[in-house]
Design a protein around this ligand. Structure first.
Ligand SMILES: [Zn+2]
Length: 134
């Protein structure tokens, strides 16, 4: 059984690939260039800037998609605004946390039900009230 849902894994893989692509292009931009001026980038580096913007747009879209499928409590446990957690690491951490939390429950879980499992308090959700592990 894979640790993560294949769709979540695919999104994380895409985020990592975009991270790498952005880092590569930023590295190229930071190299000294005899053809760039203070006012204008050379054609190669102008292309790098456009690619970075495109990668960042795609990254933001995939990041939003990945977070939309996750429990806000899991996200909050692994990422706080301004804490410096790299976004891809945060998504991976929240996905692993969600998966581990799901394994803690003996009952089929829903997001709201699973959220309560760490405390053992009654788990809301469809059907009769349940307690994690019952
Ligand atoms: Zn240049």
């Amino acid at each position: 059984m894979p640790l993560l849902d294949p769709q979540v894994s695919a999104k994380i893989g895409t985020l990592q690939a975009l991270d790498d692509a952005i880092a590569f292009r930023l590295g190229r931009l930071n190299l000294p260039c005899p053809d760039c001026t203070a006012d204008q980038k050379c054609i190669d580096h102008a292309c790098d800037l456009e690619l970075i913007a495109g990668y960042q747009d795609r990254y933001a879209a995939v990041f939003r998609e990945a977070l939309a499928d996750m429990d806000p409590d899991d996200i909050e446990q692994v990422m706080q605004p301004g804490d410096g957690t790299p976004p891809t690491v945060g998504v991976l951490s929240a996905a692993v946390l969600a998966r581990l939390s799901a394994r803690q429950c003996a009952v089929p879980w829903t997001w709201p039900a699973r959220r309560r499992c760490w405390t053992g308090s009654p788990a809301p959700g469809p059907g009769p009230a349940r307690t994690c592990g019952s």
